[in-house]
Design a protein around this ligand. Structure first.
Ligand SMILES: [Zn+2]
Length: 441
C-alpha cells in the first residue's frame, strides 16, 4: 500500500448550539444539559400535527454575527426549507433547515500557518432528538429536539487533518469571543462531521476532486477527528489499491477497533426532497438591521493577538494568552494593564505562573496587585548580578544534575531551572534562567 501516491481531501461540517435561552422554533428552554429526559418539550418540538414553528430572532442574529466575523456574505433574503428523511429521532419526518437561501454564504478564515480555509455557507436549523440503544430497545429523549443549531460548511479544502483541527479550534475561539455559544464539546454543543475522499497526486495538481465522498458523523472531540480521518483515509486508499472506488456513504468511527464502519448510504440532495417551509414566511433583512448586527462585532482573537504584539509582547506569549486562556483572561488582563503595568513583564508572568491565572478568577483588581508585586519584587531584588549569583550557587550545589546535562541528558536542565526559580521565589523569568544556565554549561 502506497500512501504517498494518494492524497487526502477533507471538508468539515461544524454544528454548534448558539447560547440562547429558548429552542429554535418554540418557547421550550434550551438549557438541556443534565436535565431529566423529555421534560423540555411542547407540541412544536415533539413534531405534533398542527403545531406552528416561530423562528427565534436571537438565533438568526447570532448566525449572522458569526457570518460577519468569518467574512461571509450575509443574504438579505433568506428562508427555511424542509429536509425530509426518516429516522426515529425526527418525529415530523423532516427537519427544518436551510437549503437554497442560507443566512450566510462564502467566507474564509486564515490559519496561523497562513493557509486560508474557504467556507461554503453558514445556515441555521433545528437539532434532532437523542436516541439511546439499551439492550434491544431504543429510547428517545426529546429535550434536544428543536434546539437551535448553527451549521458551518467548509469547502473540501483541507489536505491534512492538522489544518482541520487548527481551523476548528480557531472557530471555537471566535465563537467564544463573540459570545455566540459556549461550544463545549463534552456537552455536545459543538459537533463535527468530516467529508473524506482520496485523490491521486495528478488530480491534486489539476485541482480535481474525487467523484464521491464519505461522511463521518458524530465527531465529538478533536482527537476523535484526527483518528477517524486518518483511519478513513487509509481505508479508502486500500479500496483504491484493490482497484475499486469507495462508495458514497455515511460512516461512524469505532474507537475500540480504530476503524470506521458503514452506517447508511449517503443521500444526494434530491433524496431529501427539500421544499420551502410553508409555515414560516421568508425573511428579509434591511441595511439598518444588518448595521445593528455589525455593531455587535467585537475584537476577534487574532486581533487581540496583534494588539498584544504591538505592545511588544511576543507572538507565542500573545497566542497563549488569547487562544489557550481565552476571553475571560483577556478581559481581566486588559483591565489590569490599564492601571499601568508593564505589558511585556506582566504577560511573561501571566503565562509562566499557573497560580496567577487561578488567582485572577478573583477579579482584575486581584490580578493587578499580584502582577504589580511580582514585577516590583523582580526589579527590586533580582537585578542581573543577583540572578547570576543565584545561578552559580545552584550549579555548585547540584553537581550531579550539571554532570548529567554535560553527558547529554538535556532534561536535567529543567531541574536546575526549577531550583533557581525556588531560590528566587518565582521572581525570575524561567526562559531567561534557562538561557543563562545553558550559556554557563
Ligand atoms: Zn418546544
Amino acid at each position: 500500500m502506497s500512501l504517498t501516491k494518494y492524497k487526502l481531501v477533507l471538508g468539515l461540517e461544524i454544528h454548534l448550539h448558539p447560547k440562547i435561552n429558548k429552542k429554535m422554533f418554540c418557547y421550550c428552554s434550551s438549557d438541556i444539559w443534565g436535565k431529566e429526559p423529555n421534560t423540555l418539550t411542547c407540541p412544536v418540538c415533539l413534531g405534533l400535527p398542527g403545531a406552528l414553528p416561530v423562528p427565534n430572532r436571537e438565533a438568526v442574529e447570532k448566525t449572522q454575527l458569526l457570518g460577519m466575523a468569518l467574512k461571509c456574505e450575509i443574504n438579505q433574503k433568506s428562508r427555511f426549507d424542509r429536509k425530509h428523511y426518516f429516522y426515529p429521532d425526527l418525529p415530523k419526518g423532516y427537519q427544518i433547515s436551510q437549503y437554497k437561501q442560507p443566512l450566510c454564504v462564502g467566507g474564509s478564515l486564515k490559519l496561523d500557518n497562513g493557509f486560508v480555509v474557504e467556507l461554503d455557507r453558514i445556515h441555521l436549523e433545528e437539532d434532532v432528538a437523542k436516541s439511546f440503544h439499551v439492550n434491544s430497545q431504543t429510547l428517545i429523549d426529546f429535550n434536544k429536539s428543536g434546539v437551535a443549531l448553527i451549521e458551518m460548511v467548509t469547502k473540501p479544502v483541507f489536505t491534512n487533518v492538522t489544518d482541520a483541527v487548527d481551523f476548528c479550534k480557531k472557530v471555537q475561539n471566535i465563537i467564544r469571543f463573540l459570545e455566540i455559544g459556549d461550544v463545549d464539546m463534552e456537552k455536545g454543543q459543538l459537533r463535527l462531521e468530516a467529508n473524506v475522499s482520496v485523490r491521486t497526486e495528478e488530480m491534486e495538481n489539476a485541482n480535481e476532486l474525487a467523484p464521491y465522498k464519505v461522511e463521518i458523523k458524530n465527531i465529538n472531540s478533536f482527537k476523535f477527528l484526527e483518528k477517524a480521518v486518518n483511519a478513513e483515509f487509509e481505508r479508502q486508499v486500500e479500496v483504491f489499491t484493490s482497484g475499486e472506488i469507495p462508495k458514497q456513504e455515511n460512516r461512524g468511527f469505532n474507537e475500540a477497533t480504530g476503524k470506521t464502519v458503514t452506517q447508511r448510504d449517503k443521500e444526494e440532495a434530491h433524496d431529501y426532497r427539500y421544499f420551502p417551509e410553508p409555515d414560516i414566511p421568508p425573511m428579509e433583512f434591511d441595511d439598518d438591521y444588518l448595521a445593528g448586527i455589525t455593531s455587535q462585532l467585537r475584537e476577534l482573537p487574532d486581533e487581540a493577538v496583534s494588539r498584544y504584539e504591538s505592545m511588544g509582547i511576543s507572538l507565542a506569549t500573545a497566542r497563549t494568552i488569547v487562544n489557550n486562556f481565552g476571553l475571560d483572561t483577556v478581559i481581566l488582563f486588559d483591565q489590569a494593564l490599564k492601571k499601568g503595568l508593564d505589558p511585556i513583564k506582566s504577560a511573561n508572568f501571566l503565562v509562566n505562573k499557573k497560580e496567577i491565572i487561578e488567582a485572577a478568577a478573583k477579579g482584575s483588581e486581584h490580578l493587578y496587585s499580584m502582577l504589580e508585586q511580582l514585577i516590583k519584587g523582580n526589579s527590586d531584588n533580582l537585578d542581573e548580578e543577583k540572578l547570576a549569583g543565584v545561578i552559580d550557587q545552584v550549579l555548585e550545589m547540584n553537581p550531579k544534575a550539571v554532570g548529567d546535562y554535560k553527558k547529554g541528558n538535556t532534561n536535567s536542565i529543567s531541574f536546575l531551572v526549577g531550583q533557581v526559580m525556588k531560590e528566587t521565589k518565582g521572581g525570575a523569568d524561567p526562559m531567561v534562567v534557562r538561557k543563562k544556565i545553558e550559556g554557563k554549561l
